[in-house]
Design a binder for this molecule. Structure first.
Ligand code: GLU
Length: 427
């Protein structure tokens, strides 16, 4: 499995996710009656670092790489957010992702702000040793602005516990002592938390469970399609099959998709993916594209890959009743409106994808007081946080007659704006 999310990217990359985010904040800022100046604060990234750095490749050559760390807002606590490696990373994507972390941490009410990092690189074309040298050099370049009380990175697309351990080691070497709290999503052996690898998917499945109750949808036997089979998509398959006996009939990854009407078993698909590095060609299935899988006749659709896969061009063809966003920003603003009008219940990323950062928060707390929790404690506390957030968003949507995304934004932007106003504008 590649990392926190799958690297599936589709043909809609022209949409600027940062502009989308700003439009969304404008809409809810006005609805909340916020001071226009405060709306501008909410829309801006506080700090943006671009780094260009050399990495020695295995053949002895030296290659330059570029990366970013964008810190959006820290009104409610230290900056927090993942680091992704992808050949199509750009500054506006990282800005949007950083802002989404601010809203996500506010929706689930964990005391963080939002940040994101990205390196323009395709790790699938690099050796493990090259990825390690890239990770350590990037960590060293951004180390002046990260730290356990400052900005705490975590895994994202194409990164995982392995990269977090290297970042923790690099940062600790420069300090002269071990600093486990500088990153989350670490392996257990170096201060990781039980339950963190599955946390994003668990949070997603908890929101699907709560929404299904509201809709009167029985998840037992309900059909599910999952787009993206990285950490989030694959574990979502496992959990929804194991805990709710739902029937996952289609899954995809960056190489393509597979469909089986009788249902795909998680253990079998993941074994095939581990062996062949893809879900495609899994015996007994018919092939499908990522686009086709999004438009399947299913009860639940889980987009768990990258941004902008559901746009005004395909939103009208979505047939699912319930859609849980297991990726950051999979739906554009126009598509959102189309889905709302069609009556598709969309669980927005800043709620449905917040399980990862919630357990990252638990991991950081455990690191700060050097005491580990049991997996049961972690999962129970995650359930409480996500379920509470779901109902707060649901109630907000009912009260203001808006969709779940707008309601989640209203809740988040209001919390961050209030923190900003209470702290006051310095000096
Ligand atoms: N990359 C994940 C996200 O987008 C996790 C971030 C974190 O744990 O800080 O939410």
């Amino acid at each position: 499995m590649a990392g926190e999310a799958s690297g599936v990217r589709m043909e809609c990359d022209k949409i600027n996710p940062f502009e989308n985010m700003k439009k969304q904040v404008d809409i809810v800022g006005k609805k909340l009656g916020l001071d226009p100046g405060i709306i501008e604060v909410m829309k801006s990234a506080k700090r943006e670092l671009r780094v260009n750095f050399p990495v020695r490749m295995d053949d002895g050559s030296i290659r330059m790489f570029a990366g970013y760390r964008v810190q959006h807002n820290e009104s409610r606590g230290p900056f927090k957010g993942g680091i992704r490696y992808h050949q199509l990373v750009d500054i506006d994507e990282v800005r949007a992702l950083a802002a989404w972390m601010t809203w996500k941490t506010a929706v689930v009410d964990v005391p963080y702000g939002g940040a994101k990092g990205g390196v323009i690189a395709n790790p699938k074309l690099m050796s493990v040793a090259e990825i390690e040298r890239l990770t350590r050099r990037y960590a060293s370049e951004i180390s002046p602005i990260i730290g356990p009380e400052r900005d705490i990175p975590a895994p994202d697309v194409n990164t995982s516990g392995r990269e977090m351990a290297w970042i923790m080691d690099t940062y600790s070497m420069s300090k002269g002592y071990a600093v486990p709290g500088v990153v989350t999503g670490k392996p257990l052996e170096v201060g990781g938390s039980l339950g963190r690898p599955e946390a994003t998917s668990r949070g997603l499945v908890f929101t699907v469970r709560e929404a299904a109750k509201k809709m009167g949808l029985d998840l037992k036997g309900a059909t599910v399609a999952i787009q993206g089979y990285g950490n989030v998509g694959a574990f979502a398959h496992k959990l929804i099959e194991r805990d709710f006996s739902s029937k996952v009939i289609a899954v995809t990854d960056s190489k393509g998709g597979i469909i089986k009407d009788e249902g795909l078993k998680y253990e079998e698909v993941i074994a095939h993916k581990r062996k062949t590095k893809s879900v495609v060609d899994f015996p007994g299935t018919r092939p499908a594209t990522n686009e086709e899988v999004l438009e399947l006749e299913v009860d639940v659709l889980l987009p768990c890959a990258l941004e902008n896969v559901i746009t005004k061009d395909n939103a009208g063809n979505i047939k699912a009743k319930l859609m849980g966003e297991g990726a950051n920003g999979p739906t554009t603003l126009e598509a959102d409106e189309i889905l709302f009008k069609k009556g598709v219940l969309v669980l927005p990323d800043i709620l449905a994808h917040a399980g990862g950062v919630t357990v990252s928060y638990f991991e950081w707390v455990q690191n700060l007081y050097n005491y580990g929790w049991t997996e049961e404690q972690v999962n129970d506390r995650l359930d409480q946080k996500i379920t509470k957030a779901f109902h707060e968003v649901w109630n907000m949507a009912e009260k203001h007659k808006v969709n779940m995304r707008e309601a989640a934004y209203m809740l988040a932007v209001d919390r961050v704006a209030r923190a900003t106003q209470i702290r006051g504008i310095y000096p």
